[in-house]
Unconditional design. Structure first.
Length: 246
């Protein structure tokens, strides 16, 4: 864990120098939610409406962080040779990768709290209640999706190929979210975990007590297990050497 902590500090310094990636994760979802709920400036929302909107906001932040901050970043490290160098220095790849995961989780949590604080004050919501909800969701929800994002880093692709594909993937995740959100088909609803944004939304609603449907609970449990297994397999297959520059 000591080695993971050292890489955590290293990645934190990298994030502070690369402020664009940090602000991008906060600014893009914030602009989306403000544009979609511009009427809140006139009439403050109820807590239920506000909570639902914040859950959607967090889903966007988590998906952006998982794809860009973990998957594509580790792929860039692999192709540039830094993953191999860091692994050589630490003796194994686990501290390098785990350090990246906890660093992204740390900055995601900061972003979530910063956004929650601003939104709660701006739209006259109970501050303590908002912060408690944010802390609960930040602690639990990102982990399965973060683990699954290692699949991106394990792909035999060049960064210049994966970057536009990552953008397409982000759009696809949120375009197809309504397929599971609006369906009345119980079987299709069960497989909503196939979309990471839907899994995040369902987890958040379950944890906050917004929904307590048994089928949703089973879907969430299945999704978490699938994502963790995919993450473990991807970690095992993640090469520390470039797969394209040979």
């Amino acid at each position: 864990m000591r080695k993971s902590y050292e890489f955590f500090l290293l990645y934190n310094k990298e994030m502070f120098f690369n402020k664009f990636a940090y602000l991008y994760t906060l600014a893009v979802p914030l602009v989306i939610i403000l544009l979609n709920h511009f009427d809140w400036f006139k009439d403050s929302p109820t807590w239920t409406v506000f909570q639902s909107a914040m859950i959607q906001f967090f889903a966007i932040m988590i998906v952006l962080t998982a794809i860009n901050g973990i998957g594509i970043s580790l792929l860039n490290q692999r192709e540039s040779g830094f993953l191999k160098m860091y692994t050589f220095l630490s003796g194994q790849k686990f501290p390098v990768i785990f350090g990246r995961l906890i660093s992204q989780w740390f900055f995601l949590t900061l972003n979530m709290f910063a956004a929650s604080l601003m939104m709660a004050v701006l739209f006259h919501q109970p501050l303590l209640k908002t912060m408690l909800m944010t802390g609960l969701l930040a602690l639990i929800i990102p982990l399965p999706v973060f683990a699954c994002s290692l699949l991106i880093a394990a792909l035999p692709l060049k960064p210049e190929t994966m970057t536009p594909l990552g953008t397409i993937l982000i759009f696809a995740v949120f375009i197809f979210i309504d397929v599971f959100e609006l369906t009345d088909n119980r079987l299709l609803a069960y497989f909503s975990f196939l979309n990471p944004a839907n899994l995040i939304l369902n987890e958040a609603r379950f944890l906050t007590g917004s929904v307590s449907d048994g089928m949703m609970g089973l879907s969430i449990l299945t999704g978490i297990m699938v994502y963790l297994v995919v993450g473990y397999v991807a970690y095992q297959r993640l090469s520390i050497t470039s797969k394209t520059n040979r």
